[in-house]
Ligand binder design. Sequence first.
Ligand SMILES: CC(=O)N[C@H]1[C@@H](OP(=O)(O)OP(=O)(O)OC[C@H]2O[C@@H](n3ccc(=O)[nH]c3=O)[C@H](O)[C@@H]2O)O[C@H](CO)[C@@H](O)[C@@H]1O[C@H](C)C(=O)N[C@@H](C)C(=O)N[C@H](CCC(=O)O)C(=O)O
Ligand SMILES: Nc1ncnc2c1ncn2[C@@H]1O[C@H](COP(=O)(O)OP(=O)(O)OP(=O)(O)O)[C@@H](O)[C@H]1O
Length: 520
Amino acid sequence: MTSPLGRLRPERPPVRRVDDLAAALDLRTAGPATTDRTFTGVTMSSSEVEPGDLFVAVPGLKVHGARFAADAVARGAVAVLTDADGVASVPRDVPVLVADDPRALAGPVAAWALGDPASRLVTIGVTGTNGKTTTTYFVDAAMRAHHARTAVLGTVELRIGEDAVESPRTTVEAPVLQALLAVAHERGAGALTTEVSSHALALGRVRGLRFDVVGFTNLQRDHLDFHGDMEGYFRDKSRLFAADQARRGVVVVDDVWGRRLAAESPIPVETVSTHVGAPDGDDADWAVVEADIGLDGVGSRFVLRGPDGARHEAHSPLPGLVNVSNAALAIVLAHAAGVPLPTAVDAVAGAHAIPGRMERVVERGDGWPLCLVDYAHTPDALVLALEAVRPITPGRLVLVYGSDGDRDRGKRPIMGQIGARLADVLVVTDENPRSEDPASIRAAILAGVRDVRPDLADVHEASSRAQAIRDALRLAGPDDTVIVTGKGHEPTQEIAGVFHRYNDRDVFLAAHAEGREQHA
Ligand SMILES: CC(=O)N[C@H]1[C@@H](OP(=O)(O)OP(=O)(O)OC[C@H]2O[C@@H](n3ccc(=O)[nH]c3=O)[C@H](O)[C@@H]2O)O[C@H](CO)[C@@H](O)[C@@H]1O[C@H](C)C(=O)N[C@@H](C)C(=O)N[C@H](CCC(=O)O)C(=O)O
Ligand SMILES: Nc1ncnc2c1ncn2[C@@H]1O[C@H](COP(=O)(O)OP(=O)(O)OP(=O)(O)O)[C@@H](O)[C@H]1O
């Protein structure tokens, strides 16, 4: 993060009348008359209220937001939008707007209040189980090549131009999204690209915004606690491809869900087949028809065939087949969003490092191994990450990793088996143990390691993550690659319920700086 983004609100928001809003969105009113009441901002969280705001009080999974209406008013909220159940909790002297589903209206209300900021920018949304962050950054690289300034929002950060803050979630709440669109426009951005999580779609966080282009990466088993089953998960993801959410779409059709989305989509879509030899590759509008993975020791060269049959030489700046897929999708998305194809191809090839996504923290050279940080924290992602790094590693693959506490215990031995199978040297350590005993998590991973490598040769254990990275650097030679997985960009580590500032990248950089000093 280069510098703070500062206030996540526009400097000069329009002043709106509450009764105009009621008329525009056909809302019932309660409490004192709304005449002459004006507001300048919208929020769903009492702790984020600024004087002059409309507070949207929604029924949550845990609590009804109306319980916090008095707090919101004390902080300066001038009116409340809620449902029939919430009305009684609003202080009597405050005007109330009543709707059946206030959560679904939070986005449209904020968009109305800010004068539909999305209509002044090119907007791109990316959804799918994996690859959202990477694809979003690749798209942003292409948008940057075409627009003087851009904005990018997602799991890692909220960035407008060169200013950024840590992101509270993958997709921000609807009023925050609308405010960020207005801030982006105010600061001269021509395009905004955001990740759109399935939770965001189920909870209406992108309502009130019609994207110029939306993209779909893939659908794999995840978040079923929230969506129920794969069918429900697919239905929630598909909501982005509705006529009121997007003008057009780009869908990767390598899995059955992508093919189904493309077939059922009510908006026009272009299809992309991103794995050489993937089913339906020949029928797709765009297809990766050749790929040399890791050929140049960095990313991959590939050839993208367009709808007119023309072949475009392209490059993914990150290793592995999955990043060929992300790069191809990003090129087609950027092109659909108005970027000339050659500009999109070049910009994706030269995309900056993405924090914690196969991030090359220290380059190989001067006796140092290549040092990478990656976010892979599931068995599937770990396999992909290690397979991607092998072709760019002349020597041994040194893996530093753990498995998180208070989450899926069954994956720990599987993570152990994968590490033992695909890496040469292992340093098993902690990854957000949360309330659990870190040693017992490491023991479960090591049990999996032992299934594959009973002698435990080249297997080490370190109770501090920073120490684990230093151990790995001591063990690694100049031809080796040290990869630390699990936490990626995350700025904290949760131990015994306490969040400690911690970042894998900083440990690598500190060790590197120390090493250079000793050398000098
Ligand atoms: C399942 C889910 O997404 N829940 C979100 C949802 O919670 P909720 O409906 O249960 O809200 P609640 O806590 O009952 O509160 C009800 C209302 O009262 C308000 N409130 C509450 C307390 C208070 O002091 N003042 C106040 O105004 C809240 O802002 C809310 O509007 O609305 C809350 C705020 O509106 C969110 O904070 C909360 O996200 C929780 C923290 C969360 O963990 N969400 C995750 C699952 C999520 O959204 N993840 C996806 C990425 C997933 C992925 O791809 O990996 C994401 O987009 O980040
Ligand atoms: N297209 C893809 N298909 C499958 N796996 C992928 C793909 N792209 C990235 N991955 C794997 O998923 C992990 C997360 O990548 P990325 O952060 O880009 O995805 P995401 O959808 O944003 O996930 P999250 O919401 O958890 O941040 C990476 O470690 C990578 O190994």
